[in-house]
Design a protein around this ligand. Structure first.
Ligand SMILES: [Fe+2]
Ligand SMILES: [Fe+2]
Length: 412
């Protein structure tokens, strides 16, 4: 039995999303024509919603524990109705935005394999957007008597979002070179994986049924990110390719803090657990994410060591890389600067708990005894120049110099 059934959405929004694709992702045609050449073992791409199975019929946690999941949005009352809509809207915004971001630097892919993988990622993000459209579009109770048509209002807004007006910060940052595609797939799609995992418990059943099919596609995005990161790092080690290890590290320094912020404030998330929108609070999920990013970079470092030390086993390479990183002592001609590392979670944070937001923490998590202008100089040395030219960084600098933090929504 298939793991899911499929559905399409009403012609109005089906055509609207196809119109969006023609404008934002015209390369889809090329991918579809060449699909079997590149992904022979994969079912050809199709734009529909995949309706998976629920882990349980009843809600297992929070204030509705024990009752059946909500099949109709209109049965969710008060805050819960709008909070569910906000999560679906944020999710869909990330899917559409990442297509707009990947496309900017698609043509710079160092290999055909990398380019085609990014095209597939973009196609699958389009299907994820379609999935969120289905969640809102198939259920007439998103329109309640006396309320505006929440579904239509949200879908129309999503179709008009551009980089700069998306819901979450990480999705308003334009890609400037191919390292952005690769590091984004590695650290930002990974946050997406955590969100989808957590949302399997979603109290609104159509959203919960959407998670497993999306998760299985996310696996390809994260896997591609990791293998291309390893490939580029190993090439950098050999002095090949456009990018150095320092370039890769700076790119990680820019994106990883944004990934941490996508969980929302690390002290929050209780309401989502109470409503059974997620099974974990923000802080719990974020710490698991931090551990996983450490694991990914340790494996990348092991590959760097294996490229330099002939015949060393993966296990020994990993141990050696860790030792070099921790002691900062050279070994077998490898220095700490030849390897990658995960910045401290307090580094370069624009959002989060007040004691770390807009504070001058360095990459190691040390609070630097310096004022805002000097911290901007420090950041100039550890972030890519191209990132410092974005609106996101301009806003950050203005806030830093103005001495204030921003509020508002920043996680799902
Ligand atoms: Fe996605
Ligand atoms: Fe993805």
């Amino acid at each position: 039995m298939a793991a899911y059934t499929t559905q399409t959405i009403t012609p109005r929004y089906h055509h609207a999303l196809l119109g969006w694709q023609v404008k934002n992702f015209p390369e889809l045609d090329f991918l579809e024509r060449n699909w079997t050449k590149f992904f022979a073992s994969q079912t050809p791409f199709q734009l529909f919603a995949k309706i998976g199975k629920l882990g349980s019929d009843n809600i297992d946690q929070g204030k509705f524990a024990g009752r059946p999941r909500f099949e109709r949005a209109g049965d969710m009352v008060g805050n819960m109705f709008y909070a569910a809509r906000d999560i679906i809207r944020a999710q869909c915004s990330t899917e559409l935005a990442s297509i707009q971001q990947h496309r900017l630097t698609l043509e710079e892919a160092p290999t055909d394999q990398m380019k085609v993988a990014v095209l597939r990622v973009m196609a699958e993000e389009l299907r994820h957007a379609y999935q969120m459209f289905w969640v809102l579009d198939h259920d007439p109770t998103w329109k309640k008597p006396g309320h505006p048509d929440i579904a239509a209002e949200t879908l129309d807004e999503l179709l008009s979002m551009e980089l700069g007006s998306h819901v979450l910060d990480a999705f308003n940052i334009p890609f400037k070179n191919f390292l952005d595609n690769v590091v984004f797939a590695t650290v930002i799609d990974l946050v997406g994986k955590y969100q989808l995992e957590m949302q399997k418990v979603f109290a609104y059943a159509p959203m919960a049924r959407s998670m497993s099919p999306m998760l299985s596609e996310e696996g390809f995005h994260i896997g591609s990110g990791r293998s291309f990161l390893r490939e580029l790092a190993v090439r950098a080690t050999a002095g090949e390719g456009r990018f150095s290890i320092a370039d890769i590290q700076k790119t990680i320094n820019a994106w990883y803090p944004r990934g941490l912020e996508m969980f929302g404030n690390e002290r929050g998330g209780e309401t989502n657990v109470q409503f059974s929108f997620k099974d974990r609070t923000n802080g719990t999920a974020q710490s698991e994410y931090i551990r996983e990013v450490h694991e990914v970079l340790e494996l990348t470092n092991a590959a760097i060591v294996q490229a330099k030390v002939k015949g060393i086993s993966a296990v020994d390479a990993r141990a050696m890389a860790r030792q070099i990183r921790e002691t900062r002592e050279d070994h077998s001609g490898i220095t700490a600067d030849d390897l990658l590392f995960v910045p401290d979670a307090r580094f370069f944070r624009r959002r989060g708990p007040p004691e770390i937001v807009m504070q001058p923490y360095d990459l190691e998590g040390k609070l630097l005894p310096i004022a805002a202008p000097q911290y901007l100089e420090y950041l100039a040395g550890v972030l890519p120049d191209r990132y410092r030219a974005t609106d996101e960084f301009r806003q950050y600098s203005e806030q830093l110099l103005g001495g204030q933090a921003i509020g508002g929504r920043y996680g799902w």
